[in-house]
Design a protein around this ligand. Structure first.
Ligand SMILES: [Zn+2]
Length: 218
């Protein structure tokens, strides 16, 4: 906890960037999942890594496209996401953005911000089982405490990867149905969707996630 507390202390203020202009951020009330028919807005704390030359691994436009698609796909189930830039560009250093091992994934945990879904945007994300494979994203649970979890998305990600990983965050496993958000099989130019069962799971899980984000430390 020592390292985590110090780092969070030094970065006490959340830096709301231009890309966060999409929706206002209310840290004290992360979501409203209980109002029937209401939209629950979950803040996404974005931690963007930098490349060796100091440039961010992905652009604001790249993030906006991932976020817009996630919002479109979750909207039918009463869930929305609002981006907050949790890390100034110099915080997630190049070394942290090269995620090669399970240890590397765990090493992002001290940067987690409370009260939001943490999303790390990285330069590379190697598969931990097949070493010659790079992944586009992962929903990761800290090995020392599986109640702590976050999303890691690589700069090589296709546009629907943030939505897919958030699909995991909201309780869904993989689907074998082509062009489902939770499938690996997508036809070029074909819109992905969640099915009704997945949507019901998202609605139910939204309450769980809201409670999780409301608890100060897990
Ligand atoms: Zn997946």
């Amino acid at each position: 906890m020592g390292i985590a507390s110090n780092r969070i202390g030094r970065r006490a203020a959340l830096h709301v960037s231009a890309l966060a202009a999409l929706v206002a951020f209310t840290p004290s009330r992360p979501a409203r999942a209980d109002d029937a028919g209401a939209v629950s807005t979950f803040p996404l704390c974005l931690h963007r890594a930098t490349l060796d030359d100091g440039a961010p691994v992905v652009s604001d436009d790249w993030i906006a496209a991932q976020l817009a698609l996630a919002n479109e796909l979750f909207a039918p189930f009463g869930v929305a996401f609002a981006a907050v830039n949790a890390s100034p560009p110099d915080v997630l250093a190049p070394a942290l953005g090269r995620v090669e091992t399970r240890d590397d994934r765990d090493r992002l945990a001290p940067l987690e911000q409370p009260g939001c879904i943490n999303v790390f945007l990285v330069a590379a994300l190697r598969d931990v089982d097949e070493a010659d494979r790079y992944r586009m994203g992962v929903h990761w649970r800290l090995r020392a405490n599986s109640a702590r979890r976050y999303v890691i998305v690589s700069r090589i990600a296709a546009k629907g990867v943030l939505a897919h990983e958030l699909g995991h965050y909201f309780g869904n496993g993989h689907s074998s149905v082509r062009n489902n958000v939770m499938s690996y099989l997508h036809d070029e130019g074909h819109a992905a969707t969640f099915d009704a069962a997945q949507g019901a799971r998202i609605r139910a899980e939204a309450k769980v996630v809201a409670r999780e984000l409301a608890s100060p430390r897990r």
